[in-house]
Design a protein around this ligand. Structure first.
Ligand SMILES: *[C@@H]1O[C@H](CO)[C@@H](O)[C@H](O)[C@H]1NC(C)=O
Ligand SMILES: *[C@@H]1O[C@H](CO)[C@@H](O)[C@H](O)[C@H]1NC(C)=O
Ligand SMILES: *[C@@H]1O[C@H](CO)[C@@H](O)[C@H](O)[C@H]1NC(C)=O
Ligand SMILES: *[C@@H]1O[C@H](CO)[C@@H](O)[C@H](O)[C@H]1NC(C)=O
Ligand SMILES: *[C@@H]1O[C@H](CO)[C@@H](O)[C@H](O)[C@H]1NC(C)=O
Ligand SMILES: *[C@@H]1O[C@H](CO)[C@@H](O)[C@H](O)[C@H]1NC(C)=O
Ligand SMILES: *[C@@H]1O[C@H](CO)[C@@H](O)[C@H](O)[C@H]1NC(C)=O
Ligand SMILES: *[C@@H]1O[C@H](CO)[C@@H](O)[C@H](O)[C@H]1NC(C)=O
Ligand SMILES: *[C@@H]1O[C@H](CO)[C@@H](O)[C@H](O)[C@H]1NC(C)=O
Ligand SMILES: *[C@@H]1O[C@H](CO)[C@@H](O)[C@H](O)[C@H]1NC(C)=O
Ligand SMILES: CC(=O)N[C@H]1CO[C@H](CO)[C@@H](O)[C@@H]1O
Length: 558
């Protein structure tokens, strides 16, 4: 009896020793971190308890001196990117890209070559490309079917043969991905892409690690490792961008009263998991206006009160899924994979309901909350009058023009004028000045034009949080006085029809305000000139964002 026990103990011990000796995927790939003890199987992946062929695929620790010689001409680095966060059930995609040492690149055949003209002293003959690794040569010496000695090399670390799809022999790198206690292996060129379905991955943050090997003469050589953190969530990942026409700074959460704000919801769904879902958007703008339900991702809201508000958005997706069988079947546990009860993320969060249309659905929500400050701002700017100022002692070639500008909303603290070509696109000069306006928004901006011609002028009034602009097209005749007298301005003829009546009224109304003090040397040439109401910007530049660079140049006459 005791003999049997001894025997058994010995066997167990031997097994333990054997286990310790065999390298497992977990040892090579887990980066020293302990992997999950319980997990569900990922489709197409294998357990990291499998044995790793360390003879063909050597394993080196991080500080191993052999890393220095694993690649000719320097170290290869790998960059692993992910499109996480991923909604549970959707795919998360990883892209790993190899970065070779300076002046090396992959050619069309998958070989690594030195780039021409990259180094100061070319390493060889000028018109011949020089190989870092001429793998084509290695392969061509040996045809797949009858090359038995090499055949044994075309396997993954777990002994599985490489897939033989077209072009497989031009793939000289082996990528082994590891996450969630499982691995996935593939061959590839200098970059590889991998999609993983997250249905079986527990919610939260996880590490994806990848080890990359290159073809070698008697096996594979490790060249780089990389890892990235990705997260799986049961909340729809959303981002809301807000836009308001006269807002000065789009990123400061300060918006203007009485002007519509456009909210645009972006759902992060790179794998199109929600393509066939019904998505609704429930808005609470926090100003007591109630709950708005929209089916469009874009909505707009106008705050009519000043103050701080909390915006609440709930996005709901109703995702059609295949119905589960009525009697729940317990799937047999997969060998080497322990199924943890706690990891069943989907069962906890999803509610499955029968629908009138007969299908089954799961409901997922996404939440967004943001504080918003609503302040007074400049809502509109109008150029109500343009006047040519003539110099009498006139060697002066410059034409001076006064623009009378009004605005609605709060009072401006700065004014910028941009003079550009008649298409309003090529800016010729930008002048910005601080202004002080008391109680009524009415000011005169004087600008000089050196050359005769047609110009587009943009006048922007701004305060801390807002800015609005008005555009006008003006034609400046020669600087000499007699020529200026004959109708100086050609305004946009199209609009003149609409504008003249309004402009006339405004002209009458504001005529008495003349904040500019006139020197004796100047006479005002107003006869024969027409003033125009100029809010045509909305008609002609509907897509304009109206954000001008507020560059400070030479001081202007405000
Ligand atoms: C999830 O796990 C189950 C059983 O463990 C398996 O049948 C299924 O293929 C897995 N699904 C995915 C997407 O990995
Ligand atoms: C490399 O340099 C040579 C002369 O220095 C030039 O003729 C050739 O066009 C260059 N090749 C490339 C790809 O720039
Ligand atoms: C690389 O291999 C190809 C194919 O065997 C051969 O034509 C070429 O000359 C080789 N280049 C070098 C530099 O060895
Ligand atoms: C085996 O390889 C040789 C060249 O090394 C080739 O001529 C021959 O056709 C190959 N045999 C088969 C069956 O592919
Ligand atoms: C999701 O990933 C799986 C592999 O895990 C792939 O077979 C499937 O085509 C992917 N689906 C989408 C929509 O990308
Ligand atoms: C806009 O607001 C953000 C956030 O308050 C700030 O960091 C940034 O400097 C502002 N930009 C300008 C141009 O004022
Ligand atoms: C999802 O929709 C987008 C655009 O509507 C389309 O480009 C994409 O192919 C669709 N994907 C799937 C998996 O249906
Ligand atoms: C709004 O919040 C800002 C800081 O975020 C604060 O300075 C301001 O006083 C608040 N205004 C009101 C009306 O509560
Ligand atoms: C916003 O939503 C949160 C929960 O998501 C809720 O607690 C809060 O009361 C909501 N606020 C408003 C103003 O609706
Ligand atoms: C002038 O304003 C218009 C919008 O009214 C805009 O499209 C144009 O780009 C602006 N021009 C310059 C030079 O800023
Ligand atoms: C790529 C590779 O391993 N090539 C080898 C194939 O087998 C021949 C003969 O055994 C070797 O000379 C090659 O180096």
């Amino acid at each position: 009896m005791s003999g049997v026990r001894h025997h058994l103990g010995f066997l167990l011990l031997a097994e333990a020793v054997l286990c310790a000796a065999a390298t497992r995927f977990q040892d090579v790939l887990s980066y020293g971190s302990t992997s999950a003890t319980s997990y569900k199987k990922l489709q197409g992946w294998s357990s990291d308890q499998n044995t790793w062929n360390e003879k063909l695929y050597p394993f080196w620790e991080e500080g191993d001196p052999r890393w220095k010689d694993c690649w000719k001409g320097g170290r290869v680095t790998a960059k692993l990117d992910t499109d996480s966060p991923a909604l549970v059930g959707s795919n998360v995609t990883f892209v790993v890209a190899l970065q070779f040492p300076k002046c090396q690149k992959e050619d069309n055949d998958g070989n690594i070559v030195y780039q021409r003209n990259c180094t100061q002293d070319p390493p060889a003959a000028e018109d011949q490309q020089v190989y870092v690794y001429n793998w084509t040569e290695w392969i061509d010496n040996c045809v797949w079917e009858n090359c038995t000695s090499n055949y044994s090399h075309n396997v993954f670390p777990d002994g599985r043969p490489f897939p033989h799809h077209p072009g497989w022999r031009r793939k000289n790198f082996v990528y082994v991905f590891h996450t969630f206690g499982q691995y996935y292996e593939t061959t590839g060129r200098s970059s590889a892409k991998l999609s993983v379905n997250t249905a079986n991955i527990t919610l939260g943050k996880h590490v994806m690690a990848v080890s990359i090997y290159r073809r070698g003469h008697s096996g594979y050589v490790p060249i780089a490792r990389a890892k990235a953190i990705y997260s799986v969530t049961d909340k729809i990942p959303i981002f809301v961008s807000m836009f308001q026409k006269h807002d000065r700074n789009i990123s400061d959460s300060i918006f203007i009263k009485d002007s519509p704000i456009t909210f645009d919801v972006n759902i992060h769904d790179p794998s199109y998991y929600l393509n066939n879902s019904a998505i609704s958007y429930k808005w609470n703008f926090g100003d007591g206006s109630g709950l708005f339900v929209a089916s469009s991702s874009t909505t707009s809201h106008t705050y009519t009160l000043q103050g701080n508000f909390t915006l609440n958005l709930t996005v709901q997706a109703i995702i059609p899924v295949p119905c589960k069988p009525v009697t729940p079947t317990v799937p047999p546990p997969t060998p080497a994979v322990t199924t943890g009860a706690s990891s069943d993320s989907s069962a906890i969060v999803e509610s499955m309901e029968d629908n009138p249309d007969g299908g089954c659905h799961i409901y997922r929500n996404g939440y967004y909350r943001s504080g918003i400050s609503v302040v007074e701002g400049i809502l509109e700017v109008n150029i109500i009058q343009m006047t040519s100022i003539q110099m009498t002692e006139s060697q002066a070639e410059n034409s001076l023009v006064d623009f009378v500008v009004t605005c609605q909303g709060s009072l401006p603290t700065d004014v910028c004028t941009v003079v550009s070509d008649p298409t309003c696109q090529v800016s010729k000069s930008v002048v910005c000045d601080p202004v002080t306006v008391s109680d009524e928004c009415l000011l005169t901006v004087r600008r000089s034009f050196e050359e005769p011609g047609t110009y587009c002028i943009n006048i922007t009034l701004g305060d801390d949080s807002s800015q609005a602009l008005a555009s006008a097209l003006i034609s400046v005749n020669g600087g000499s006085s007699y020529r200026t007298t004959e109708g100086v301005f050609i305004f946009l003829g199209l609009l003149a029809v609409f504008a003249t009546i309004g402009a006339f009224v405004l002209y009458k109304r504001y005529k008495q305000y003349k904040p500019i003090e006139r020197s004796a040397g100047q006479t005002e040439k107003q006869e024969g000139l027409t003033a125009y109401f100029s809010s045509f910007k909305a008609v002609f530049f509907p897509n304009s964002t109206e954000r001008n660079p507020l560059l400070k140049s030479k001081p202007g006459i405000v």
